[in-house]
Design a protein around this ligand. Structure first.
Ligand code: DAH
Length: 371
């Protein structure tokens, strides 16, 4: 009886051993482990049934089962590690990457010129202690117009200029913001008036108007600026924007002109022009010549705008400015047409795009701008 049992266990051990040696993958080995050593495994069952035997048999058979169990366990561990090594070696061969291989020229991505302009502007203003904030693309009429002192009958509010969303149940229509100026209001609303000395913000972002031709796109980008403090005046506005224009266009003595203008949210308001020469072939040389080119709008924040956000205009004044980023990009890099900016044409991107590593940043320096 005992010898019969012993033979059965030896047969089982041989059977499992050969199954392990014939296994062709790690999953088969795991199945064998479960079927032999698992809770209901064949070897485990023999161990469970031990209590049916007398003491002497228990000792002999118990030792045999334990030896078998340990042997099978070891075989399983060895076979699994064999497959793991095999899988790894196969991966090392098939997934080999030649890091010395030059990538195919057409596969190098480039940075969109507009992205470069945004990074460059952020770097220039960060260096003047400005922080960068953003706001929602979908605005309320209040932030986009009313809070900025834009009257109800103003042409910018008209349907053919502005994209309106469907009115809600109360009849209020949201707009795709037509400029980045509403973020001025959102920023000023967050000011802690008890502990407020000065703020400097720029707000780059997407804007929308119902316009489409060689120099206008229904979606375009602007960068807004806002400085507010106890003694901010027009001199600060001029100094800041002259420095910005000269740094951005990389011309130390770039002529900059402030031309009186009108914006509902600033008083006084000024349009900023830079000196240039319009060549006979239509091209532009920035920095020299008799001609002027308008590049941004600016002004002292209107007292009514300040009052609207609870700021006392007799205690705080500020200046604001707004510029079109496509225009600044086209001027700096001599790009004649706006429309291909959003076509994702790889030939255009390759021609006008920048290598990501060439991109100016505060820590890497502004690519010669400062040198
Ligand atoms: N929001 C104006 C526009 O879209 C640009 C602008 C002009 C912004 C003067 C300003 C500013 O902050 O002071 O045409």
């Amino acid at each position: 009886m005992i010898s019969e049992l012993r033979n059965k266990i030896i047969d089982l051990s041989n059977e499992i051993t050969s199954a392990i040696s014939e296994a062709t993958n790690i999953n088969d080995v795991e199945d064998i482990r479960i079927n032999s050593l698992g809770k209901k495994g064949t070897i485990t069952l023999y161990l469970k049934n031990l209590r049916e035997y007398d003491e002497a048999s228990k000792k002999e058979i118990g030792a045999l089962i334990n030896d078998t169990k340990n042997k099978i366990n070891q075989l399983i561990i060895d076979k699994k590690s064999f497959f793991k090594t095999k899988i790894l070696n196969e991966k090392l061969i098939t997934e080999k990457i030649d890091v010395t291989l030059t990538p195919h020229e057409n596969e190098i991505g480039t940075l969109h010129p507009l992205s470069r302009t945004i990074e460059e502007i952020c770097a220039i203003f960060s260096d003047m202690d400005f922080s960068i904030v953003d706001g929602p693309d979908i605005e309320t009429d209040y932030y986009n117009f009313t809070a900025l002192n834009i009257p109800l009958e103003h042409p910018a509010r008209q349907e053919h200029d502005t994209f309106y969303l469907q009115p809600d149940i109360n009849g209020n229509r949201k707009v795709l913001r037509t400029h980045t100026s509403p973020v001025q209001i959102r920023t000023m609303e967050k000011i802690d008036l008890e502990n407020f000395d000065e703020i400097r913000y720029i707000i780059p972002g997407r804007t929308y108007r119902s316009d489409h031709d060689a120099t206008h796109s229904p979606m375009f980008h602007q960068c807004e600026g806002l400085v507010l403090g106890k003694s901010i005046n027009m001199g600060h506005l001029k100094g800041c924007l002259i420095d910005f224009c000269r740094t951005y266009f990389n011309v130390d003595d770039l002529p900059v002109r402030f031309r009186p203008s009108y914006f509902p949210f600033t008083e006084p308001s000024a349009e900023v022009d830079i000196g240039c020469k319009k060549e006979k072939d239509g091209s532009l040389s920035i920095g020299s010549g008799e001609d002027w080119l308008e590049i941004l709008g600016s002004g002292m924040v209107h007292p009514r705008v300040l009052e609207g956000v609870g700021i006392d205009p007799s205690k705080y004044q500020g200046f604001a400015f707004g510029m079109g980023l496509e225009r600044l990009t086209m001027l700096k890099y001599g790009i004649p047409d706006l429309r291909p900016f959003y076509d994702s044409d790889l030939r255009w991107l390759k021609h006008y795009g920048f290598m990501p590593v060439d991109n100016p940043s505060l820590h890497s320096g502004l690519n010669g701008v400062w040198s």
